[in-house]
Design a protein around this ligand. Structure first.
Ligand code: LMR
Length: 443
């Protein structure tokens, strides 16, 4: 609408308006009341959303003034001193990058840094993977694991005939949201057995067996989040045979390569079994945990196809997914990763640091298990040492979790998942006391 006011007058009204001092009509132009009045907002009907079930735990933790508070919510590695860790190899790579005056800040291609993509595919599929040698794999750099899953999901929603994806029950809280928002129908398959606190292989095989042909199946490559329960190699083989016999499409989420067992190759076995049979699959990789690059948002999506020609066509369509979403990915994190991968010494050092993180987590499992045994805490806690990766799925219920937060200032997700990577020898007794009190006092 064209205003009859002079530019100066408009400016003056605007600044007073911003200061919240105008409440009525002036000079023929209706000025809304104070900007703090919610009723007048065009967004007045927006309802407050709940905090994210995982990241919201950190929000609550940050607000707690208690000196004994402990955050075991988000899966982020902490040192024995309870501090975030920047890997030594990451610091070295960053120094090399900063000192390299030939480096510029130009846009990356839509698919990201070429070296990073090539080396990421090699990391997950193995250096001598026939799929790589045959150019059957297209890899695009994405925004960590979440971004890789989302790009893959958008591609599937657009180009794949089957629009149903099966995710394990339970699974990482973001999975369902990512695939639903991309337009896929999300269903679950049985995964965890609360009685044995292990894998419900029978239920899993039954549910995948009755999925419609071609359905997409989300699989955690290793260190299942939140349960810490992985299939054995024999069980993976059963799953693979079923998936292939029904022409289901596997979509691997690989967020913890090297973090589960301490070995990069060992933790990639499930994916490699599926690629070795010549079938197609999707793989989302994240470098958040295994390189500690949480905030750099660096990851990759690989799609293994049946021919090199299909792979290049798939890649051309991935570019059409990415370009309107975020144009092209950020350069820094991917440069750190490829610098480490290309330098034999740095790569070697990385595997040592990675193993040390995995070992510390395994030690925390043992210490917590021993501490509960020493307290004679009712129940069988052997799952703490049997489960693998960053998390223990304790079996504590929501009421017990609430009790532990209220009485002991211990923060964790309401499903009873604790991040073992957030624990240290110093804090194990505090956690064991809290678990003991929770199971003996709260039903
Ligand atoms: C987790 O499960 O805690 C991590 O993967 C962090 C996240 O983004 O949820």
């Amino acid at each position: 609408m064209k205003s009859s006011l002079s530019a100066d007058r408009r400016l003056s009204i605007l600044s007073r308006h911003l200061a919240g001092t105008i409440h009525k009509e002036e000079g023929g132009t209706t000025i809304s009341s104070s900007p703090t009045s919610a009723a007048d907002s065009v967004f007045a009907n927006v309802v407050r959303a709940p905090e994210d079930p995982i990241l919201g735990v950190t929000v609550a933790y940050n607000k707690d003034p208690s000196p004994i508070k402990l955050n075991l919510g988000v899966g982020a590695y902490r040192t024995e001193e309870g501090k975030p860790l920047v890997l030594n190899v990451v610091r070295q790579a960053e120094k090399l990058l900063v000192n390299d005056r030939s480096r510029v800040k130009e846009y990356l291609p839509i698919v990201g840094l070429a070296d990073f993509n090539k080396l990421s595919a090699k990391l997950i599929l193995g250096a001598n993977s026939p799929a790589i040698l045959g150019n059957l794999v297209t890899t695009v750099q994405c925004l960590s694991g979440t971004g890789s899953l989302r790009v893959g999901a958008e591609f599937l929603a657009k180009h794949y005939y089957q629009r149903t994806i099966y995710i394990p029950n339970p699974t990482w809280g973001n999975h369902g949201k990512i695939f639903t928002l991309a337009g896929l129908t999300v269903k679950t398959y049985r995964y965890y057995d609360p009685v044995t606190r292990g894998l419900n292989i029978q239920g899993l095989l039954e549910d995948l067996g009755s999925a419609p042909s071609g359905a997409i199946i989300l699989l955690h490559a290793c260190a299942h989040n939140p349960t810490g329960v992985d299939p054995t190699r024999e069980q993976w083989e059963q799953i693979r045979r079923l998936i292939r016999s029904k022409s289901l499409l596997p979509f691997f989420d690989s967020a913890y390569q090297g973090f589960a067992s301490g070995s990069l190759d060992e933790d990639a076995q499930s994916v490699r079994m599926f690629v070795a049979d010549g079938g197609e699959c999707f793989i989302a990789q994240s470098y958040a945990k295994n390189m500690g690059l949480y905030g750099e948002r660096v990851g990759a999506l690989s799609i293994v196809c049946k021919s090199a020609d299909v792979a290049t066509r798939v890649e051309s369509q991935l570019k059409l997914v990415i370009r309107p979403m975020y144009s092209n990915p950020p350069i820094h994190g991917a440069s750190i990763v490829s610098t480490i991968f290309k330098d034999r010494k740095l790569y070697q050092e990385w595997t040592v640091e990675l193993e040390a993180m995995a070992d510390r987590i395994i030690t925390m499992r043992k210490q917590l298990f021993d501490a509960l045994r020493a307290r004679d805490t009712p129940g069988d806690w052997s799952h703490i040492i049997k489960q693998i990766g960053m998390f223990t799925f304790t079996g504590l219920n929501t009421k017990q979790v609430t009790f532990m937060t209220r009485e002991y200032h211990i923060y964790m997700t309401s499903d009873g998942r604790i991040s073992m990577a957030g624990l240290s020898s110093r804090t194990v007794p505090h956690l064991a006391d809290a678990i003991h009190a929770a199971v003996t006092k709260v039903a």
